[in-house]
Design a protein around this ligand. Structure first.
Ligand code: PLP
Length: 459
């Protein structure tokens, strides 16, 4: 594309859907191979160990459902860069629009001189997030920044300070979002003091609920509501922040009834319900947003990860009456809604809607869940199989107990990696294997990935 070509429009031509790279697993060296190991030595001398990598193969190329490394190995991607490349890595439509934009302008700062693509992204978010009410959106750079802005706005709009979060929650690594996050190691340890006025409540975790999964939703909601009243006082609470399915916490699907009961409690008490859909958003769970599953309509939604195919972008979308309260200039950031990222987001939204990727996500769940349940029947180490759409996990325990087994989890993940299947772990106890394939992954690769996982248990 030359700079003379007209910029692709929002409903631009669909580039060829043929994958650029063969959609296949191909191992030509051990994992990681010699070239990756060399690069890893350089990295160790240049980058602090605080920044980890799940699998230190150094990537040179990626497309659709595969990641290719510096040694020429082609790996099956069950991670999507942590639920980011939902539309496939290097999605052609995303790439084309980013390239075209890069030839025009790369930055003006929306707070200095605005541009249409930012507005179009916000219009789309206002349209596709849950609820038919009037909404406003603005754009930032990361999930943490989106969540943090949601809390700022909620405090402003309510004139209250307290923020309620939940066990196993993950919301980011900034001071406030690290405080909102439940897990000490690695996210919080030694990084205090934390931000004030954050209160943590029990989560409806069906697998580990003492009186069983059937009672979990209503009981957990009643406990949380009771504790909020006793410990904080509902009239002091600005917002409740919750992931509709816990991400880093281990893909915990709150038991049915939990989210609606909390949303109802918020509505009755002037508390704003902030859904952190950073990991669950953009078709990942089989709905455009995970809140839709139980018809929950949040006051504010934080989005990021899947929004722009890997370009750094995040958003806060909320009820117009809340969002419009904040004084002029109170919200923003230098890079927020960068034009390259906005073009990518517009391409992603077209891909999701035209490609019916919510249906693709459901299909992935329909393939994965039954296979994993059969595996669980034969493997007493698998305590729980859960998730929705293309956000699926298994929780590993010592057979006959619910005692977490993080060592086995790490071992299985390593075996998968050695066989060319990129999987991630998660969970408060580090005992969850989570699967987040790109929604466009060919079914053959998905099945092969499941075969490799099965073999990792028996090997
Ligand atoms: C990843 C994540 C965040 C933080 O997003 P960053 O872009 O890494 O700041 C917040 N909330 C949830 C649920 C996440 O999964």
């Amino acid at each position: 594309m030359t700079s003379q070509d007209p910029a692709p429009t929002v409903t631009g031509e669909r580039p060829p859907a043929e994958p650029r790279l063969p959609q296949e697993r191909r191992l030509v060296t051990e994992i990681p191979g010699p070239r990756s190991q060399e690069l890893h030595k350089r990295r160790t001398a240049a980058v602090p160990p605080g920044v980890g990598s799940v699998l230190p193969v150094y990537v040179t190329d990626a497309d659709g459902g595969v990641v290719v490394d510096a040694d020429g190995n082609s790996l099956i991607d069950f991670g999507s860069g942590i639920a980011v490349t939902n539309v496939g890595n290097a999605n052609p439509r995303v790439a084309a629009r980013v390239k075209a934009q890069a030839d025009r302008f790369t930055h003006t700062c929306f707070m200095v001189a605005p541009y249409e693509s930012y507005v179009a992204v916000c219009e789309n978010l206002n349209r596709i997030t849950p609820g038919d009410h009037e909404k406003r959106s603005f754009l930032v750079n990361s999930g943490a920044e989106a969540v943090e802005n949601g809390v700022k706005i909620a405090r402003y709009a309510t004139g209250r300070q307290a923020v309620v979060v939940f066990d196993h929650g993950y919301h980011g690594r900034t001071l406030l979002t690290m405080t909102l996050t439940a897990k000490n190691l690695p996210y919080k340890h030694g990084f205090g003091p934390y931000a004030p006025e954050v209160y943590r409540m029990p989560l409806a975790y069906p697998y580990r609920w003492p009186t069983g999964p059937e009672n979990c939703g209503p009981e957990a909601a009643a406990q949380a509501i009771d504790q909020i009243g006793k410990q904080i006082g509902a009239t002091n609470v600005a917002a409740l922040v919750i992931e509709p399915i816990q991400g880093e916490g281990g893909f915990i699907e709150p038991a049915p009834g939990f989210l609606p009961a909390l949303a109802e409690f918020c509505r009755a008490n002037g508390i704003l319900f902030i859904a952190d859909e950073v990991q669950t958003g953009f078709a990942r769970t089989g709905d455009m947003f995970a809140c839709e599953h139980e018809g929950v309509v949040p006051d504010i939604v934080a989005t990021a990860k899947g929004i722009a195919g890997g370009l750094p972008l995040a958003a806060v979308t909320g009820r117009a009456d809340i969002m419009d309260k904040v004084h002029g200039g109170g919200l923003g950031g230098t890079y927020g809604g960068n034009p390259l990222a906005c073009e990518a987001a517009l391409a992603v939204l077209e891909e999701i809607e035209e490609g019916k990727l919510t249906e693709r996500a459901r299909r992935i769940g329909e393939i994965m869940l039954p296979r994993l349940r059969v595996l669980a029947e034969n493997r007493p180490e698998i305590g729980d199989v859960r998730g929705r759409g293309a956000m699926i996990a298994i929780e590993l325990v010592r057979p006959g107990t619910k005692e977490p087994d993080p060592e086995l989890t790490a071992r299985i993940a390593r075996r998968c990696h050695e066989q060319g299947l990129l999987v991630l772990t998660a969970g408060t106890y580090g005992n969850v294997l989570r699967f987040l394939p790109p929604l466009v992954i060919p079914e053959g690769l998905l099945t092969e990935g499941l075969d490799l996982l099965e073999a990792a248990f028996t090997g």
